[in-house]
Design a protein around this ligand. Structure first.
Ligand code: NAD
Length: 350
């Protein structure tokens, strides 16, 4: 991390109350661990899932099971908070967001109530996790895509359901600053991957899904793999450690108040090449079957990191090969744990 950027550690007292919504999930869980490891002693982690289903349980953290689409629960959640991070949403990979648009849209209730409760409680800083799905889809119809810059969200033509919810919640955050002076911060994440992310059950994203399929092929001896789409679609993938560092720096940069910013890797790769990369890590070569009727998302998407480099002098930079190596090792262990009957909460029931 660049030393000159303010962070929670440089701005806050270790006992200031940090609230993390969606802490039972992938990124919220990693952020909870990150702040805990930074020495924060007063963290309240919240998720609607019962605590035994959380992907990570961090010792010494107040862990609450609350549905944050409920207004009263949001008031309870932010009581006494200095900073609030909203990572709670009903979401998943393409398979989920193409089939469950109503669920995705309903996440607007979470941000709407949490933001108002944060404002009423006098919270100092509020972070919202937006998505690259908020960008205009007409700019993403070619695998050799031009990387998306922040202004590409408008004129608006977001991903149906999920993307529109993100765009509308961004606007809520922007207006709470414009009208009420609540400092809000908005990052548009581009696909995040890494250990403790969903890897089975229908909500997993491409890096975890493909890694699981490679492991399944190895374990079963049936050396083949199904790929959604024709494999030419391109994406960039950000390692989880870069994501949590970026959230911290963005939330403590006053230049970024109410200003959506990309938080993603700019290392573009096709799904075919991602499969080859995982095969290389696993030391196998599989027969590929392309499922052309499966959800495939936009043809290409990459993050233009000019703005984050300009403002923070930093961008997510963990090489995909390094991050996927860590992810493969972790999923392989989870796979073995599940086979041995141990709990594996990040492989949710369908
Ligand atoms: P996740 O599904 O692992 O975590 C989200 C958590 O929110 C889940 O544990 C879920 O139970 C919880 N939640 C859902 N509804 C809730 C409610 N009503 N009250 C309380 N908790 C509730 O997802 P993630 O990958 O950790 O994503 C975190 C945030 O980042 C989300 O806003 C997501 O849209 C955004 N995002 C993620 C990615 C990615 O690649 N993972 C990309 C773009 C944006």
């Amino acid at each position: 991390m660049t030393t000159q950027n303010p962070t929670a550690k440089s701005m806050r007292n270790p006992d200031d109350l940090i609230v993390i919504a969606g802490a039972g999930g992938f990124i919220g869980g990693a952020l909870t661990r990150y702040f805990h490891d930074q020495g924060f002693t007063n963290i309240r982690a919240i998720d609607k899932k019962p605590v035994y289903k959380w992907y990570q349980r961090v010792p010494g953290v107040e862990s609450l099971c609350l549905d944050l689409s409920d207004r009263e629960n949001c008031h309870r959640a932010v009581e006494g908070a200095v900073e609030v991070y909203n990572l709670a949403a009903d979401m998943g990979g393409m398979g989920f967001i193409e089939h469950f648009r109503v669920e995705c849209l309903r996440s607007i209730l979470i941000n709407t109530h949490l933001l108002e409760a944060a404002y009423e409680a006098g919270v100092d800083r509020y972070f919202f996790s937006s998505s690259a799905c908020a960008y205009n889809i007409t700019l993403q119809q070619d695998p050799n895509v031009r990387a998306l810059k922040e202004s590409d969200a408008y004129p608006a033509m977001a991903e149906r359901g999920y993307g529109w919810e993100k765009l509308m919640s961004e606007i809520f955050c922007q207006e709470y600053w414009a009208e009420r002076k609540l400092k809000t911060f908005i990052a548009r994440f581009h696909n995040v991957y890494g250990p403790y992310g969903t890897w089975d059950g229908g909500r997993e994203k491409a890096p975890a899904a493909l890694t699981r399929k490679v492991i399944e092929a190895q374990e079963s001896g049936d050396m083949s793999i199904d790929i959604w789409g024709d494999g030419t679609q391109t994406r960039s993938f950000m390692y989880i450690d870069d994501c949590v560092k970026g959230i911290d720096m963005i939330t403590h940069c006053d230049e970024l108040v109410a200003t959506p910013i990309n938080l993603g890797s700019s290392e573009l790769i096709s799904i075919n090449d991602l499969v080859s990369l995982i095969e290389g890590i696993a030391g196998v070569k599989l027969d590929r079957t392309y499922k052309l009727d499966a959800p495939r998302g936009v043809a290409g998407r990459n993050s233009d990191n000019s703005f984050i480099e300009q403002v923070l002098g930093w961008e997510p930079s963990t090489p995909l090969r390094t991050g996927m190596g860590q992810t493969y090792t972790w999923i392989k262990q989870q796979y073995a744990d599940r086979a041995a009957g141990l709990p594996t909460p990040a492989a949710e029931e369908k």
